[in-house]
Ligand binder design. Structure first.
Ligand SMILES: [Zn+2]
Length: 632
């Protein structure tokens, strides 16, 4: 069982301006615009079966693979986002759109429960013959997450019933029994959805199926080889089963390899199951993989998976900036994983990475207007990298928006005797803590300010621990309870300050997390960042963008270590933002046609202005740089 249970996002109201604005944008603009895009690109139409089969609209790649094969997942993810929106505010028009999709899926579903629109329409005889590449189980996972979210938002269970029938079919096909296929998903995802369904219904068969998929992964002989041979396919385009983390059994894995989103979803499922099944070996594997990534294979923005080649991991310290893939989905999934690790152990390192990924790697994926996206997230750009309105593979669009629409679910958790605060920002909630209903009102201008005030209103006086995360970046944190100072360093264990007392109505906790601008240096083995420095303040990573530095080449700058970095509040920019400025240097002038010379480049004084990385490319294209030159 989970030791720590996150509060549901529907139980936590966002009142602070930062997340309220993002949430309102997703509700008002992103959800409707994504539906328009799904319609415009033929994705909704693809669910209407049977009918004459139209030509494939996304041309196959060099491996003869079209991403159209996972259109069902995009529909499932949109329903999930839209349902999260409905949980905030019911909307008859959105519900009618979802119901229309559900009716199409109901008509498409085969009598035996099978439901993949691609296969039903185009190659039914080939169903369940290429789990490695063709995403049937991944699609089922996202449809299931959509069905769960829609049921939770509306109480309507038609979609959930459809998916339960599909799961019954999947359980018949896969497993270790006679006549069953020993297969598992090429792209993990359904495992997470099955655990969610288990939490919703208590149906142990769904948890067992998730455990089967995770346990079977990487068993020898490799199932993907068996099915490839049956297809007559003797050349695996990816070259290695590391690509799908099926190169060895999951409990033996100790390096993060292969496709980053697959890896993050798999590790999330492993952590889920470690908690549900009290599986120490699975937990240990998660801890090893966590250490591997966060000490050798993660960007300063919590982006993961540097290479476009495999959309994933390469080797230790290989973190190039201009070609960083760092897919938005991978950072979103890293947040899911971090949350699952926090269900197992209250360790500040998990919450620190969760927060880093939230404010940087993931939030960057959605534009201010709520209708433009990043798929890959480089840490420097010559100006050619820009947000797009849609993508042939629109996975990241709905991943960023479903995260934001449910972000309030990452703030609080409870255990048998404690209320835990992982994230800060203005929120209101009422939670069951150690048998008592406790109202919680948190006021804060986080992430712009580290001043946090929390007022507790237990329905009756009650003793419990209030565990407040003290972020790793916060030096000199201070806390008071009803005006009396609490010793933060003495009371903090593994990054959480534990204030245990008898709480009464109106008790007030003040927390001050100093947000000094900070310089961050990379391990020198990260050659891409060698001789460079990045700027942070609180959880936010900053970058130099052309829009704020029109007179200097932002990719050719230096910041002396002696220069003071100042935080500057700008109310006029993006509804209020804190910039960082410092007196640095701009390097180089006109070298004409010279490529090399013996005279060093010219330097001139220049004021450097840095903006939070998640906000870049919201003012048109232009060069951007996270890591600037470090001058000792
Ligand atoms: Zn993606």
């Amino acid at each position: 069982m989970r030791k720590y249970t996150p509060a549901r996002f529907t139980d936590v109201k966002l009142t602070g301006t930062f997340w309220r604005e993002r949430l309102d944008t997703v509700l008002a603009r992103t959800v409707p615009s994504q539906h328009r895009q799904l319609a415009a690109h033929g994705i909704l139409e693809s669910l209407k079966l049977p009918k004459p089969v139209p030509p494939v609209s996304i041309p196959p790649n060099r491996h003869n693979f079209t991403t159209q094969i996972f259109w069902d997942s995009d529909v499932g993810k949109w329903i999930e986002v839209a349902s999260y929106a409905l949980a905030h505010k019911r909307d008859a028009e959105i519900e009618a759109r979802i119901d229309a999709i559900v009716e199409d899926l109901a008509k498409a579903q085969l009598p035996d429960g099978y439901l993949s629109c691609w296969y039903i329409q185009r190659e039914l005889e080939n169903r369940w013959t290429n789990l490695r590449d063709n995403h049937e189980l991944y699609n089922a996972g996202h449809l299931l997450e959509g069905a769960i979210a829609y049921y939770q938002a509306t109480g309507r269970r038609r979609f959930l019933d459809i998916m339960e029938r599909y799961l019954d079919h999947i359980s018949d096909v896969f497993g270790t029994g006679p006549g069953q296929k020993r297969g598992y998903p090429g792209h993990p995802e359904i495992e997470l959805a099955l655990v969610k369904l288990y939490h919703l219904t208590g149906d142990k068969r769904r948890l067992d199926l998730a455990a089967y998929f995770v346990n079977e992964r990487g068993a020898e002989p490799n199932y993907f080889d068996i099915e490839a041979e049956a297809r007559g396919d003797n050349h695996y385009w990816a070259g290695t089963h590391e690509y799908s983390q099926s190169h060895k059994p999951v409990r033996e894995q100790d390096k993060a390899v292969g496709h980053a989103v697959r890896a993050m979803y798999l590790y999330t499922a492993m952590a889920d199951l470690a908690a549900e099944l009290d599986d120490a070996a699975l937990k240990k594997a998660c801890e090893r993989l966590w250490e591997d990534i966060t000490t050798k294979r993660m960007y300063v923005t919590a982006g993961v998976g540097p290479s476009a080649h495999n959309e994933g991991f390469t080797k230790d310290y290989d973190l190039p900036n201009d070609t960083a893939y760092a897919e938005t989905c991978a950072s979103v999934a890293l947040i899911l994983w971090a949350q699952r690790m926090l269900n197992l152990d209250l360790e500040g390192k998990y919450a620190d990475t969760l927060e880093l990924a939230l404010f940087n790697g993931a939030l960057t994926g959605l534009s201010r207007d709520g209708e433009h996206y990043f798929y890959d997230n480089p840490l420097e750009s010559d100006g050619s990298h820009t947000r797009w309105t849609w993508h042939p593979c629109p996975c990241c669009t709905m991943n960023a928006s479903r995260l934001i629409a449910s972000v309030s679910g990452y703030f609080y958790a409870t255990s048998a005797d404690s209320l835990i605060v992982h994230l800060y920002g203005g929120t209101e909630t009422t939670l069951d803590v150690a048998g008592t209903r406790v109202g919680v009102v948190e006021e804060s201008d986080y992430p712009w300010s580290g001043a946090v005030s929390i007022t507790l209103t237990p329905e009756a006086e009650a003793e419990f621990g209030l565990k407040l995360r003290i972020p790793g970046w916060a030096r000199g944190a201070r806390a008071k309870v009803n005006g009396e100072t609490v010793d933060v360093s003495a009371g903090t264990v593994n990054g959480y300050l534990d204030i245990r007392r008898r709480w009464a109505k109106g008790d007030r906790v003040e927390l001050d997390l100093p947000m000094q601008p900070e310089r961050v240096y990379a391990n020198p083995q990260v050659t891409a960042d060698f001789g460079r420095v990045a700027l942070k303040r609180g959880p936010l990573v900053y970058c130099l963008e052309h829009a704020d530095n029109p007179d200097i080449p932002v990719r050719q700058t230096r910041l002396p270590r002696s220069a003071e970095v100042r935080a500057v509040a700008r109310e006029d920019l993006f509804d209020g933002v804190t910039l960082l400025t410092a007196e640095g240097k701009a390097i180089g002038s006109d070298w004409h046609d010279t490529l090399y010379r013996t005279d060093p480049p010219e330097e001139r004084p220049a004021t450097l202005t840095a903006i939070p990385y998640f906000l870049w490319n919201n003012r048109g294209p232009g060069p951007m740089q996270v890591w600037v030159g470090d001058e000792a």
